[in-house]
Design a protein around this ligand. Structure first.
Ligand SMILES: Nc1nc2c(c(=O)[nH]1)N[C@H]1C(S)=C(S)[C@@H](COP(=O)(O)OP(=O)(O)OC[C@H]3O[C@@H](n4cnc5c(=O)[nH]c(N)nc54)[C@H](O)[C@@H]3O)O[C@H]1N2
Ligand SMILES: Nc1nc2c(c(=O)[nH]1)N[C@H]1C(S)=C(S)[C@@H](COP(=O)(O)OP(=O)(O)OC[C@H]3O[C@@H](n4cnc5c(=O)[nH]c(N)nc54)[C@H](O)[C@@H]3O)O[C@H]1N2
Ligand SMILES: [Mo]
Length: 807
């Protein structure tokens, strides 16, 4: 989230799009309802009517996978009706930048496309530079090659007609949302966008989110109270896990994973550190070498020195151009290229797409370690229905794991707040926390390496590794320490003391930090700030409910990101009644500003978007794999055979894995005419491995169902409560028909298209509840993140005659 939960209360307009916030993020909804009580309009744009829709002012159903037309149409509406915030757009976004002559867009493709590799040469999208290497600009925004004019041209294709016939949303509904939300382009108004999986789980997932960044920049809604783009994160602590590198391509603090083409520390920093030639651009990532050096130092302590590149050479490197995300991981497993592995706190046999293949892939493992609270479809894959357990070769080690309440540690919420939780009781029986198990396991591996000598012992033996697990100690290491006595900002710190903030981190080996973004969370002065629970705030902070003394927030306790964009060049807030920061002539008041420089009018300021190389919010984003402007592409499996208003039907660069089990339905495949979307539910959690073992929750939601409209049910001769078979080109699933007005058919290009929806939490280890919905879904992913397209694929539905899974 650019903002945080309590801040939603400050919004005048709230668009919830691609999320069922009331059911899956009930805490966020408390603040949504407070805003509503104060007069905000709440809108829910979602294929399905849910509890979120019920509490919104209006619900607008749209066909899954058509959010870019919906948002592109709104961008067009804002531009053609001049509803954007002119001063903000001209100064704080890249609207004035001149795009190079190589950039072109035709028939749904951008310039630089290579059909063989299905990738773009992004250098074709670069800005035109002046002789100092700074992008050229036209502050009047009139140059036909400036971003603003390009943007206008690109989205002029997103007319009301085109958008309506693509999304299935009536023109009246489109205008209702566009008009309400666009009204926040006023200086003193703010609108927020709340999204989650309905946006991300598509082959255009990242571009969906880009549309919100562009719209919010046009309306001047980034950096302000009640504004922003608010990603409602998933699994408790998915925010913390991403910050600390659960994804294969990032190290803690969003530092890129080393690649084979970066053999040394210097090569790594050279390849990954952006350089700006504009003195007014803070270009914050220029500090990357300090953060990387401190990370390496915290991994290897005294064994990491400037001379040995901080031990960088000992790190494993990812092969260039190879995707290690789980679509590809399970593909490699299926192809027999992986022998064993560890699975902690996840149930991939249930939650990864194309489960029939995933489960066969797991069969190929010689050994599997599962850290779990329960038996799941993953731990018990070796004896799943339909296979002979005696022929399954996998040796499974089930490590009983402590439950959340049985361990201390931190959780980072969606608003980037770091919150400590305490151990409520000791772990039951032999169960232990994951940290505890890992420290023990690695210490035993070290012992083996030091006594038996392995092939390459150095990376293990040189680790600065604790002898036992202590969450408090890990929290301190995450913040980081001085590795020698230093003077920092007039204060003396001794070797081993905590660093006060990331500004103290160096690239000379003088500091360690397991995550630069968290530096400042655990200091000498204040101790563990995740434990803070003070509601104290200044009168200015109280106006917007900033709560700076409650817990701690990354980075540097800044609660609203890009807040320098909430003020004009003199440091005066656009919206004085809900100011985030304000310049008092000597310093900033309110939130921690995005950089402490004085206002831009003094000539000593910096542009507000400090994490961007050029310092400006990106209306034009040349860094993504699939184009600088989002354009509509149909889901890979689509019920229509040609693009409603362009030529390129599906994303030209979506990712996919190829095997005999990865079949895809053709566009408009007559055998599978219905759109399937999948989702979570209130009563269960994700793959259900935990909640199916809680009797009251299972009683509340006991079986797999498929939600369908009255119209579809009638067409198929299905009654509410009937058992049905849902079938895709990859597999079939038994479910109970839930015939409901919550789902509606869509009129797309003059034709009726039906959509059904299913939860994915039921699995065979719980008797009679049904089995993995993901046996239906395809292993295709977004070109930037490889997140699978769980939210739109093709199926058919028919009445079942005999049941096995639901009995
Ligand atoms: N009770 C409960 N809470 C949870 C979870 C749980 O399982 N149970 N899971 C947690 C996790 S890990 C996560 S990631 C989050 C997920 O939180 P959400 O994103 O809210 O979860 P979903 O139910 O997957 O999808 C949200 C909505 O997207 C809609 N949708 C589907 N396709 C589209 C589309 O193409 N466009 C648009 N605009 N909307 C679409 C669906 O109808 C659904 O209402 O929730 C977390 N919270
Ligand atoms: N079709 C479809 N598939 C999806 C999605 C979708 O919307 N549609 N959503 C995707 C998303 S966003 C997510 S996050 C994934 C989630 O899918 P999974 O990652 O498979 O998530 P869970 O089902 O929550 O599995 C977590 C497991 O961890 C165990 N567990 C709980 N607490 C602890 C603990 O403290 N220690 C240990 N060791 N184990 C513990 C639980 O018993 C449970 O079995 O599913 C993805 N799959
Ligand atoms: Mo998630």
């Amino acid at each position: 989230m650019t903002n945080h939960w309590c801040d939603i209360e400050n919004a005048d307009s709230i668009m919830i799009i691609g999320s069922n916030a009331a059911e899956h993020h009930p805490i966020s909804f408390k603040w949504v309802l407070r805003a509503k009580d104060k007069g905000a309009t709440v809108m829910h744009v979602d294929p399905k009517f849910s509890r979120t829709s019920a509490r919104s002012d209006f619900h607008v159903p749209l066909r899954s996978g058509t959010d870019i037309p919906f948002m592109g149409g709104m961008i067009n509406y804002v531009l053609s009706n001049k509803l954007y915030f002119k001063e903000y757009v001209a100064n704080y976004t890249n609207a004035a930048f001149i795009v190079g002559k190589d950039y072109k867009f035709k028939d749904g493709l951008f310039s630089g496309y290579d059909a063989k590799t299905r990738t773009y040469d992004k250098s074709k999208w670069a800005f035109e530079l002046d002789d100092k290497g700074v992008p050229k600009r036209d502050p009047s925004l009139k140059d036909p090659r400036c971003v603003f004019q390009m943007l206008k041209k690109h989205y002029s294709r997103y007319s009301l007609d085109n958008v309506s016939k693509t999304t299935g949303v009536s023109k009246e509904n489109l205008l209702k949302v566009w008009k309400t939300f666009a009204a926040t382009g006023q200086k003193d108004k703010a609108g927020t966008i709340m999204y989650a999986l309905g946006w991300t789980q598509h082959t255009v997932g990242v571009q969906n989110i880009r549309t919100s960044a562009m719209l919010q920049l046009l309306l001047g809604n980034i950096g302000v109270a009640g504004g922003g783009i608010n990603a409602l994160r998933g699994e408790p602590n998915v925010q913390g896990s991403t910050d600390h590198c659960i994804l294969w391509h990032i190290l803690p603090g969003y530092l890129p994973v080393p690649k084979a083409s970066m053999p040394s520390f210097d090569a790594y920093t050279k390849a990954t550190t952006p350089v700006s030639h504009d003195p007014e651009s803070a270009n914050w990532w220029q500090h990357k070498p300090k953060y990387m050096a401190s990370l390496l130092k915290s991994w290897r302590g005294d064994n990491a020195t400037a001379k040995n590149g901080f031990g960088y050479k000992m790190l494993p490197k990812a092969d260039d151009g190879v995707d290690y995300s789980y679509l590809f991981l399970f593909d490699r497993m299926y192809k027999g290229e992986i022998r064993g592995g560890f699975v902690f706190g996840t149930n991939p046999a249930q939650s990864v797409p194309n489960s029939n293949k995933t489960r066969k892939g797991l069969d190929n493992l010689d050994w599997l370690v599962v850290g779990e609270l329960h038996h799941t479809e993953t731990s018990d894959n070796w004896h799943r229905p339909g296979i002979d357990p005696l022929k399954n070769k996998t040796e499974v080690f089930l490590l009983p794991s402590a439950q959340r309440a049985e361990k201390a540690g931190s959780i980072s919420n969606s608003g980037r707040w770091l919150l400590w939780h305490y151990e409520a009781c000791k772990p039951m029986g032999q169960s232990r926390s994951m940290g505890n198990m890992y420290v023990d396991i690695i210490n035993r591996v070290r012992e083996l390496y030091s006594t038996k000598n392995g092939a390459y012992p150095d990376p293990i033996l040189t680790l600065d590794w604790p002898s036992f697990y202590d969450a408090e100690d890990v929290a301190q290491r995450i913040n980081g320490r001085f590795t020698k006595d230093v003077n920092f900002k007039g204060k003396k710190y001794k070797k081993g003391q905590q660093v006060p903030s990331f500004v103290a981190l160096g690239d000379d080996g003088s500091t360690s930090s397991l995550n630069w973004l968290y530096a400042g969370s655990y200091t000498e002065e204040d101790g563990n700030k995740a434990k803070r629970r003070s509601l104290a705030q200044t009168p200015m902070q109280a106006k917007i409910g900033l709560f700076p003394n409650f817990a701690w927030c990354w980075p540097v306790n800044r609660r609203i990101l890009y807040n320098r964009a909430s003020v004009d060049a003199n440091g005066k807030p656009w919206a004085p009644q809900k100011a985030v920061i304000e310049w008092n002539g000597k310093g900033w008041e309110g939130d921690v500003p995005d950089g402490g420089w004085p206002p831009n009018a003094t000539g000593k300021g910096r542009y507000p978007f400090i994490m961007r190389k050029e310092g400006h919010g990106q209306l034009y984003g040349p860094g993504l794999q699939d184009g600088p402007f989002p354009d509509h592409y149909e889901p890979v499996e689509t019920p229509i055979t040609s693009h409603p208003f362009s030529k390129q039907l599906s994303s030209p660069c979506y990712k996919s894995v190829k095997s005999d089990m990865d079949k895809l339905a053709e566009p408009g495949d007559k055998r599978f005419p219905i759109v399937l979307t999948t989702y979570s539910m209130t009563e269960h959690w994700c793959g259900g491995g935990e909640t199916r073992n809680i009797p009251a929750l299972l009683e509340a939601e006991p079986q797999l169902y498929v939600e369908m409209s009255l119209e579809l049910a009638k067409e198929k001769g299905i009654a509410n409560g009937d058992a049905v078979i849902v079938e895709s080109i990859r597999g079939k699933v038994e479910a109970i028909a839930m015939v409901t007005v919550r789902m509606t058919p869509f009129k797309i290009k003059g034709k009726i298209i039906h959509e059904v929806g299913m939860p994915f939490c039921f699995g065979w280890t719980t008797k009679g509840v049904g089995d993995a919905t993901n046996r239906l879904t395809p292993a295709v992913g977004d070109p930037n993140t490889t997140i699978p397209e769980y939210k739109a694929s093709l199926v058919n539905v028919r009445k079942a005659d005999k049941l096995t899974e639901l009995e």
